[in-house]
Design a protein around this ligand. Structure first.
Ligand code: PEP
Ligand code: MG
Length: 891
């Protein structure tokens, strides 16, 4: 017979499971921790847990219980009775219990709790006598009726609140504390009438009926709508079920020697090693949380620091506090983590009601992990596993001062983390100009295009009305480490009047705006920010992480400044240098347009000759910053329409540079128009049709490499990457162009550098044909932005409009442009890696899509045995930590 009920307390612990995880799965988080606290001898009120397995069975059996359960519960109640010396339903010395839910993971506020169960018209008198406090007994009874009616009977909660208010008003009371026994008694009568009116039956007097009602309500709350929504949002499987915890009540509201409180064993906000918490004398737990009375400090030091008057627990209840502090230390040593604790003092006796690992800020997580390793409480490897890599994001960028007032206008997508404040500007040139005058600016655009790059660089932050998490604005902003809020759909931008309107308010160019790219909030005015500190604990943890990881971490960067930031963050090379980003420099764009609009090769070469020295300079600077490390340079990739001139002025510039009439240029631009540019004339298709573009780019790379070698004596390590390859023949043709350029440059310079030629894998065909392609490609870099787009058949630029709903409806667990679709796209990566290695066992494999900075995707890359991931500069530390965690998990 399966055991469903597990007792704890009073020296008994039925949970035999040694494995912590198995125990938590069976008893839920709360039940497992209660059993564990009891088994290490802490003062836990006796009780029992009905397992999560029973919950699952209950639903499988059409919401019925197995026959054995009644007996098991009765025995467990008898256990509580024998430990407490009280009897359930006994009019002289009644046992009261709490009934609480507790799933494997905490689902705060999602499920139900009933306190003071076991009170009825007879036992309330017994409680009054035993406690010697009639007021307390009747207050407890009314609390019970109120909670039970709400949670178990599902009656209208407001009616009970109203009844309480009327009694208070009638007596001229302001606080509940002014109510005397007789008033509570009158309210109980009132409540019972309310129940009969609404439920058409009297309030249940049989304590066992009460108990089973509460147990069933807790199991029922697992399938409540709010719990289902919470599970969906937090990826909690519906078949986990909840446990039910039934436990003897202890009372923090039995006078001045009683109290209740919550505490953390360390400061969850900054991680410092000091107890942190609050307590209330003569109160029940819910009073602390509900904020009816202002709680007092736990420690004298905290009280003094806050300049508060009411005595701390350390001062008011010295002895009990000392005992509690001992329990804190014991729990931390036992769980080897910072604990979040609930306790109650009943007439001077301390009881522990809950413990669990405490939630904390990123800063605290880092400090606590490093401190605990230094205290030998955990190993350095465990410390590395304790910190959520994504939480580092909070530390790598300026953040909003949590104490500052926020005037939130609207909310968009949290596209690139960090906070920024500045004056609103609506175009890139103004951004650059005003920045040049020493102002901080926020660039606000409908959406950004590569032409806005200089303005994005100049801006402290970027706000767009359109676009998703992998929109141009989002990708570029993350790369630059600029905070960005994208897709703020409520925003109406009027470029004519240079103003924006949102939530009925209009802001003009020059008005102050603050963005929080970590939350997506857009705020009027300037909100104070706090700068990050990347030394100390951060550096220490990174050092420990690097010792464990096997994946290399590179960066996606194309300016020397970004390369330097990434190197400082520990990047071990460049995984993707997008050369088209370099082409959008204001000084070059006209030559680029001239190249694109040229009618023939000769025309293109004229333009390319203007670009060659500029490109060479770019590569020289990057090679210098990245000395000793590999630099993957991707030849021109993007859809041509991104380059085409739009405005009259832009056409005029090109006309002046080329001597071709504006009308002729417009005609040519029209010819180049594509219906589906993402699947059009882009990637290596540009190189196939206009080989001279790739030739000149390759020439610039090798000349720069020779220059740097000559100057420094250190050979750069270029890796030339061909984008959007689908067939071996494409790669062969392009490799020929690159090798040809290398040969020519090396012959002319009388020296050479080693280099590789490889390809991006961005098309399903490339993944499937990887065996063949690897015969020509010396490395593969998975361009998972495009590979996701082409595998899912979802446009990365249009996805934001509907992908949110796809995630809500569980079609994809997460946005596949943010976290790799492992089942689909991941399968293609596995196929390509395997086939590539068969042909070329030492083939170098990496990933350079946005997923290279996403911890779940990085774990997949580690498992698949890739050599490196490449992430935007500010994600490099996140990738280092995630790679270490993946390696430790695979050990
Ligand atoms: C990719 O497609 O994943 C990639 C890195 O290239 P881009 O984002 O420039 O298309
Ligand atoms: Mg791509």
């Amino acid at each position: 017979m399966t055991q469903y009920v597990f007792r704890f307390g009073g020296g008994v612990s039925d949970a035999q499971e040694d494995d912590k995880l198995a125990r938590t799965n069976l008893l839920g988080g709360k039940g497992a921790n209660l059993a564990e606290m009891a088994s290490i001898g802490l003062p836990v009120p006796p009780g029992f847990t009905i397992s999560t397995e029973l919950c699952t069975r209950y639903y499988a059996d059409g919401e019925t219980y197995p026959d054995s359960l009644i007996g098991e519960v009765a025995q467990a109640i008898a256990h509580i009775e024998s430990v407490t010396g009280k009897t359930f339903g006994d009019a002289a010395n009644p046992l009261l219990v709490s009934v609480r839910s507790g799933a494997r993971v905490s689902m705060p506020g999602m499920m139900d709790t009933v306190l003071n169960l076991g009170l009825n018209d007879a036992t309330v008198e017994g409680l009054a006598k035993v406690s010697g406090d009639e007021r307390f007994a009747w207050d407890s009874y009314r609390r019970f009726i109120q909670m039970y009616s709400d949670v178990v009977l599902g009656l209208d909660h407001d009616a009970f609140e109203e009844a309480l208010e009327i009694v208070k008003e009638d007596n001229g009371f302001y606080n509940d504390t002014e109510m005397e026994a007789e008033h509570w008694k009158a309210l109980v009568a009132e409540y019972k009438t309310l129940v009969e009116e609404q439920w058409a039956k009297p309030f249940p007097q049989d304590v066992n009926d009460q108990l089973w009602g509460a147990i069933t309500a807790v199991f029922g709350s697992w399938q409540a709508e709010r719990a289902k929504v919470y599970r969906r949002l937090n990826d909690i499987p519906g078949d986990w079920g909840t446990a039910v915890n039934v436990q003897a009540m202890v009372f923090g509201n039995m006078g001045e020697t009683s109290a209740t409180g919550v505490a953390f064993t360390r400061n969850p906000s900054d991680g410092s090693n000091a107890y942190y918490g609050e307590y209330l004398i003569n109160a029940q737990g819910e009073d602390v949380v509900a904020g009816i009375r202002t709680p007092q400090y736990l420690t004298k030091a905290a009280r003094e620091e806050a300049g508060a008057k009411p005595l701390s627990m350390e001062e008011a209840m010295g002895e009990t506090y000392a005992e509690l502090a001992g329990v804190f230390d014991l729990l931390e040593k036992h769980y080897r983590d910072m604990q979040d604790i609930e306790f109650t003092v009943e007439r001077g006796k301390l009881w522990m009601l809950q413990t669990r690992s405490g939630k904390r800020t990123a800063k605290a997580a880092l400090k606590i992990a490093v401190d605990m390793a230094n205290e030998d409480l955990i190993t350095q490897e465990e410390a590395v596993q304790r910190v959520d890599p994504m939480a580092l994001d909070q530390l790598l960028h300026p953040t909003l001062d949590p104490d500052a007032v926020r005037d939130v206008l609207t909310r968009g997508l949290p596209a690139s983390p960090g906070a920024a404040a500045g004056v609103i500007v609506f175009d890139a040139d103004t951004a650059e100009r005003r920045k040049g005058m020493g102002e901080h600016v926020i660039l606000v655009r409908m959406e950004t295009s590569p032409e806005d790059i200089h303005g994005m660089h100049a801006a402290e932050g970027i706000l767009t009305a359109r676009g998703g998490m992998t929109s141009h604005a989002a990708v570029v902003a993350r790369g630059m480490g600029r905070p960005c809020v994208s897709g703020a759909g409520e925003l109406v931008i009027d470029n004519e009047t240079r103003s924006m309107t949102v939530a009925g308010r209009t802001l003009k160019e020059g008005n102050m705006l603050t963005l929080d790219g970590s939350t997506g909030e857009v705020m009027a005015g300037e909100v104070a920010t706090i700068q990050p500190e990347l030394v100390g604990d951060f550096g220490t943890l990174m050092e420990w992480a690097d010792r464990s990881r096997k994946l290399n971490v590179r960066t996606n960067a194309e300016t020397p400044a970004d390369c330097r930031v990434a190197r400082d963050f520990g990047a071990e090379g460049i995984g993707l240098c997008r050369t088209e980003h370099m082409f959008f420099d204001a000084a070059r764009i006209t030559a680029v347009r001239q190249m694109i609009l040229a009618e023939n090769e000769a025309g293109r070469r004229v333009a390319l000759d203007k670009l060659l020295p500029e490109q060479r300079q770019d590569f020289t600077e990057i090679f210098e910053v990245m000395v000793g490390l590999p630099v993957t340079i991707r030849l021109l990739d993007p859809p041509l329409h991104e380059f085409l001139p739009h405005s009259e002025n832009e056409f005029k510039d090109v006309a002046e540079a080329t001597g071709i009439g504006i009308e002729a240029l417009k005609r040519r631009a029209n010819e180049l128009h594509e219906f589906n540019p993402m699947l059009g004339h882009r990637g290596c298709r540009l190189g196939v049709t206009y080989p001279e573009i790739y030739e000149i780019q390759a020439k610039a790379i090798f000349e720069a490499a020779c220059d740097v070698l000559e100057k420094s004596g250190k050979a750069p390590i270029p890796e030339v990457m061909i984008p959007l390859v689908g067939t071996k023949r494409e790669l062969d043709l392009m490799k020929e162009v690159v090798d040809g350029a290398a040969k020519a440059v090396f012959a002319e310079r009388g020296q050479s550098v080693d280099y590789l030629v490889g390809t991006m894998i961005e098309l399903p065909r490339a993944a499937l044909m990887a065996g063949e392609i690897a015969a020509s490609g010396e490395f593969f870099s998975f361009g998972t932005n495009d590979l996701t787009q082409t595998t899912l058949g979802v446009s990365r630029d249009d996805a934001a409009r509907f992908l949110g709903q796809y995630v809500d409806k569980g079609i994809y667990a997460r946005d596949p442009f943010v976290s790799l679709d492992i089942d689909g796209v991941g399968q293609l990566i596995e196929i390509a890696a395997e086939k590539g290695r068969v042909t070329r066992p030492d083939i170098k494999l990496g990933i350079c899509g946005e997923h290279g900075g996403d911890p779940a995707s990085i774990a997949f890359c580690a498992k698949t045995g890739l050599d490196y991931v490449s992430a935007s500069p500010y994600r490099v530390p996140i990738a280092r930590l995630a790679a270490a965690q993946a390696a430790l998990a695979n050990q």
